[in-house]
Structure formats: C-alpha cells, structure tokens
Design a protein around this ligand. Structure first.
Ligand code: SF4
Length: 318
C-alpha cells in the first residue's frame, strides 16, 4: 500500500478451489498470464493481482484461469491452519532423512562478535551431503541429513551460535524487512531496529508472566510491506525516522489483516501501548487465546473484515 492513498490496501488471498498437485504448474501459469494481460498497466500503484481481483471479481478471474489452464477447480476442501512460521530444530522427513531448521534473525547470515554464523554454515557445508534451503521466514534449513551425520552437524551449529536455546518464541516469530541502509524506499529502520525492539518486548513478556508465549511481531520500513507487517498481530509500518503506524489485531495463523491503531508514533510510544495491552492480555486472555484475537474479542481493535472496503475505517481511540 501507499501512505495516504486509499486506493491501495493490503488484501488476503482468495480461494479458488481444490486442484490435484500435478495441476499446480498449469494453474500457476494461467494465473500469471491472466494477470499479465488483465493487470492495471496505467496506475503502477494498482498493478498487483489483488487489485485485478477486486476490479473484475473473483469468479471472473477464476473462470479465466480455468479457461487458460484447461483445469476446473473442485470445491474447496476442509483444512485448518494451526500455526505459521518455521519449526526451528530437527524434524524427520518422509524420506527418513533429518532436516535442521536454523533460526537466522532477519535472515542476516554474518559473522558477529558473539556468533560466527556465516563461518558456521561454511563449516557445515564442508561435510553436509544434502541441501541448504531458504525458508519464507528468513531462516535456513540444513536438509537431508542422514542419521549418522546428525550429531556432527548439530555440534558445529552449536559451536558457531547457529543454535541458541535462549532465543524466545517471540523472537523466533518476529520479522523485519531489510530497510535502511540497503533499501532506497526506506522511511524508518526495520532490520536494524528489530533486535532491540524484540529485547524490549521480551522483557515485557517476562514482566507480565507470558515469556513462554509468542506474539507475531513484524516491522516494515515503508508501506510496500516486504516485512509482511499486514499479516502480523503487531505490525509496524515505517513513516519517518523512529516513527511508525502501529497496526494491531492480526491473528497468529496469518488470516486476518491488522487495523491501524495509532498513526505516526515513536517506538517509545509503541512500547508504552504494548506494555499496557500485553498486561491486559496476560491477565484476561482465554485459554490459548492469541494476543491479536484477544484485542478483537475485547473490542480494543475493530477487525478488518473486507480490506477493500473497511481497511481505512477509523479505529476509535480506547
Ligand atoms: S518494505 Fe519498504 S523499506 Fe522495507 S524493504 Fe520493502 S520497499 Fe524497502
């Protein structure tokens, strides 16, 4: 989205239906070519597929995809999202190999004074016979490890700080875009701000007795949203140096857009707001109730139900 332009807005994906896995590429190609031919080429800010879907309607777009691909969607099948993010640590795959997901804060694989992350991965690469995979959450998977190499790889990862048992659930789920100093579109710090912001939030979680819980926190340096703050429980969107729009009320599984709660406020103001709200959540939440769900249930935040029409409705101050 673009600050101040209500013709731009975040949007959730739309479901077209079920297709068998072997039809995936045909459908993907048809979606891309439909967007290529139907997308808005006169207003760049409305060039994305989400705006095409809004303009022509989901059913029309879907029928065109079916026509181009020759594949008809079946009815949507029942499913349930139970969590999002990566499962950090070891998992055994169906191939009987082991896969080690390493938490890499903001995906920045560098040698730091307290942890030689880049060197550690290079050391693992010297003995690893499988793949390295980048995840959509900025982490790294050492994939395809046979049972007899597992201990070796874990020992190297621990030696170089690639496994750190002290990383909190909140930090594991936090994400930022690259922003300053790399991105020319940046308006506020994101990647360089996130570690200290997470430290502060972790101390609030401890203060309120919920350090074992997590809140999905994301910081993005401008409204282009590369840090995916618009699917966070707490989303910060950069406005200017140390000034952000604070969005609240997304959910843990990433299927609700958070509403703007306060506009253009400092990080100190954000921390004061979150201190109070996390305190309320810690005391009054239902069993397993996420922070964002709590804010919606208790009317602190009005839910965004259809972002094309209600994203910019004003959130009353409470
Ligand atoms: S969200 Fe904005 S500041 Fe961050 S990487 Fe994307 S374009 Fe750059």
């Amino acid at each position: 989205m673009t600050h101040g332009d209500k013709n731009t807005f975040p949007r959730l994906a739309s479901e077209f239906g079920y297709i068998p896995i072997e039809k995936t590429l045909a459908i993907a190609e048809a979606i891309v070519t439909t967007q290529r031919d139907w997308g808005n080429r006169t207003e760049r800010k409305n060039a994305k597929t989400k705006y095409t879907l809004e303009r022509v309607g989901i059913e029309t777009f879907k029928q065109e995809v079916e026509r181009r691909s020759g594949v008809i969607f079946d009815a949507i099948r029942p499913y349930e999202f139970t969590h999002r993010g990566d499962q950090i640590g070891w998992l055994k795959g169906v191939d009987d190999k082991w896969h080690l997901t390493l938490f890499i804060e903001s995906g920045r694989l560098i040698d730091k004074p307290d942890a030689q992350l880049k060197t550690g991965v290079a050391e693992i690469a010297k003995i690893h016979q499988g793949d390295f995979r980048l995840t959509a959450n900025q982490n790294l998977i050492v994939a395809g490890v046979p049972e007899n190499e597992k201990a070796n790889i874990e020992a190297i990862a621990r030696r170089y700080g690639l496994i750190d048992d002290k990383v909190t659930p909140l930090r594991e789920h936090a994400m930022a875009c690259v922003s300053f100093p790399t991105c020319p579109l940046a308006m506020a710090e994101a990647e360089r701000f996130l570690p200290s912001f997470t430290d502060t939030l972790d101390s609030l979680m401890t203060k309120h007795g919920v350090s074992e819980e997590h809140i999905v926190v994301r910081v993005t340096g401008c409204p282009n949203g590369c840090g995916r703050a618009m699917l966070a429980e707490v989303g910060l969107v950069g406005k200017a140096p140390d000034r952000y729009n604070l969005h609240l009320g997304g959910n843990r599984i990433g299927t609700r857009i958070p509403r703007m709660y306060r506009e253009n406020i400092t990080s100190q103001e954000i921390i004061a707001i979150l201190d109070s709200l996390i305190g309320d959540w810690a005391i009054s939440r239902h069993n397993n109730e996420g922070f964002g769900d709590f804010l919606i249930r208790t009317n602190v935040v009005k839910p965004v139900l259809n972002s094309a029409t209600d994203f910019y409705e004003v959130q009353e101050a409470v």
